[in-house]
Design a binder for this molecule. Structure first.
Ligand SMILES: Cc1ncc(C[n+]2csc(CCOP(=O)(O)OP(=O)(O)O)c2C)c(N)n1
Length: 556
């Protein structure tokens, strides 16, 4: 990383602040803050006001923001300089004044090691800052430039609220701190002078952007947290829009739902023929890597996120407009015919290819696929992290009345899964089923006590491959014995004994028909049952690869 990278990224950052509407910045002197100060000074739309004392700079920015109603920026060097901004940050917090506090910091290797002017600046202003972010600068690739543009838009948007308040961005900066040549061009900015990420027109103090007027080939992508999934599915059906719905969205339902997008989007001929003109994103980003890569590769296709919670689910920095309040109404749409049916036909062909390849042989994808067919609409299916949630996303078909699907995907942990599923069971008289791997079950084995002590009933479908099957999909799987012992972590636990210890019913069906019967019986039992399906990690990897191949072959 060079000074050119630092200055390219900071120029993009300041350019975006200006496009969002920042017009004033307060600076104070120092060495570490040089790249921030010079980048602000070189941004023509931003007038910079110099102060000797950071405390004054902070209050100056506060006054400018208060009077103008626009976020003002303030920057300072590292150490107690940053601490001197605290009173102004506190005032901005309590008075709901939008401010962008840009502190320079020493990089990690100069912290807590005797280097001068280095204090702990992480979350220095505590709850007084509406948002804190440590801005690690690296190579100024196109992706990183797009990212820092979205970061600037997000900082601005967070500062204006509602409620308005101060945002703290801390920039660790490495030597050299000055440029020794001209900066190359950066093509990542919008050509129309608008901010990289537009906000809903009419939001308080937001930048002005055009309203969404989508037409042609639209796609909806729905993840966990999607509001009103039933309405969304009906809207997609009425309007002829393919709905790529993560099962966690609750919207994998009805005739517009495309269930097997994870497999379809691995096929180059398919993606080449199905390039959308417009993408609407709702809720969290689905887990599927092919879907995420596809969205990331469509940086030139307008992507709109309906994001009422302001979660900014966009690691690739490709969302151009964030809406908080509404989706466009169907009359706005001029849609191309056959668009939905071509997705739909491919989805149906993928489903048939999956069924042919899976046959009746008990496997992890087969269990995920059939469970979603068997469970009654009023059931809750709790799905563990690791392969279970991926298999449900990849292999579960769409149906009109799917059961509710829950998962701990906020932080993707495998811990506490059994206890969470029991918690769900405590809220309903309807059947609750947990689909879980053996490591996740072993991790929260103590959670089974709820069956006995709290008298709760849960049907636990255990995909038992003696270790973490997911890791076979990663390069670390080539690491031989160390991989097996320290990553896959086989444990050899006998879950029949565990079931007996906790007073649970236990079944280990030998084939698909018996699995169906065991699940059916467990759903009606007033006790917790562990239904164990033994699989093999290596075979599971090969099966997943074959499934991706047969679906791809179907699409050419
Ligand atoms: C609390 C926690 N520890 C570690 C991890 C890392 N991790 C992700 S998947 C996994 C293995 C899960 O194995 P299992 O539940 O048997 O499912 P499988 O991979 O076989 O589908 C681990 C340890 C995690 N996500 N959460």
């Amino acid at each position: 990383m060079t000074a050119t990278d630092t200055y390219l990224l900071l120029r993009a950052f300041c350019d975006e602040l200006a496009r969002c509407g920042v017009r004033r910045a307060a600076t104070s002197p120092g060495s570490r803050c040089t790249p921030i100060v010079l980048s602000l000074v070189r941004q023509p739309e931003i007038e910079c006001f110099s102060h000797l004392d950071e405390r004054c700079a902070g209050f100056f920015a506060l006054g400018a923001a208060k009077a103008s109603g626009r976020p003002a920026a303030v920057t300072c060097t590292s150490g107690t300089a940053a601490a001197n901004l605290l009173p102004a940050v506190i005032e901005a917090s309590w008075a709901r004044v939008p401010m962008l506090v840009l502190t320079a910091d020493r990089p990690a290797e100069l912290r807590d090691i005797g280097a001068g002017q280095a204090i702990d600046q992480l979350k220095l202003y505590g709850d007084a800052a509406k948002w804190f972010f440590e801005v690690e600068l690296s190579e100024a690739s196109t992706e990183r430039l797009r990212w820092i543009r979205t970061l600037a838009c997000r900082a601005f948007s967070t500062a204006v609220g509602p409620p308005a308040g101060p945002v703290h961005l801390n920039f660790p900066l490495r030597d050299p701190l000055v440029l020794d040549g001209a900066l190359p061009d950066d093509a990542t900015a919008r050509e129309d002078g608008q901010p990289y990420v537009l906000r809903e027109p009419g939001e308080p103090r937001a930048a002005h952007g055009p309203g969404p007027h989508p037409s042609g080939r639209l796609v909806l992508v729905a993840g966990a947290g999607t509001r009103d999934p039933h309405d969304l599915a009906r809207f997609a059906e009425r309007s002829g829009i393919p709905l790529l719905a993560d099962p966690l969205s609750g919207a994998r339902r009805g005739p517009a739902a495309v269930a097997h997008y994870d497999l379809l989007l691995r096929s180059e001929p398919f993606t080449a023929e199905h390039r959308p003109d417009f993408i609407f994103r709702l809720g969290d980003l689905p887990t599927s890597k092919p879907l995420r890569a596809w969205l990331a590769g469509l940086a030139d296709v307008p992507q709109i996120a309906f994001d009422p919670d302001g979660t900014w689910q966009d690691p690739a920095g490709v969302v151009g407009l964030r809406l908080r309040n509404r989706l466009p109404e169907p009359p706005d749409l001029e849609l191309s015919e056959d668009w939905l049916s071509s997705w739909h036909d491919a989805d149906a062909a993928a489903g048939q290819a999956i069924d042919r390849e899976l046959g009746d042989h008990l496997s992890e994808p087969l269990v995920a696929r059939r469970l979603l067919e068997w469970l009654p609409p009023q059931a809750i299916l709790f799905v563990a992290s690791s392969m279970p949630i991926r298999d449900v996303e990849t292999f579960a078909g769409a149906r009109d009345d799917p059961p509710r699907i829950l998962s701990n995907r906020g932080a993707n942990g495998i811990d506490g899964t059994v206890s969470s599923a029991f918690g769900a069971a405590a809220t309903t008289d309807q059947p609750v089923v947990l689909l879980v791997g053996d490591v996740a079950l072993a991790h929260d084995l103590g959670g089974l006590l709820a069956a006995r002590r709290l008298g709760l009933a849960l049907t636990i479908v255990l995909l038992s491959n003696d270790g973490g099957g997911i890791f076979h999909f990663l390069p670390v799987a080539a690491e031989g014995r160390a991989f097996e012992e320290h990553v896959a972590t086989p444990h050899g636990l006998d879950f029949a004994t565990a079931a007996a210890l906790y007073g649970c019913r236990y079944e280990r069906p030998p084939d698909l028909a018996k699995l169906g019967e065991a699940v059916e019986a467990a759903l009606h039992a007033r006790a917790t049952t562990i239904v164990e399906v033994r699989t093999d990690r290596q075979e599971n990897l090969s099966l997943h690869r074959r499934l991706a191949e047969v679906v791809s072959a179907e699409l050419v």
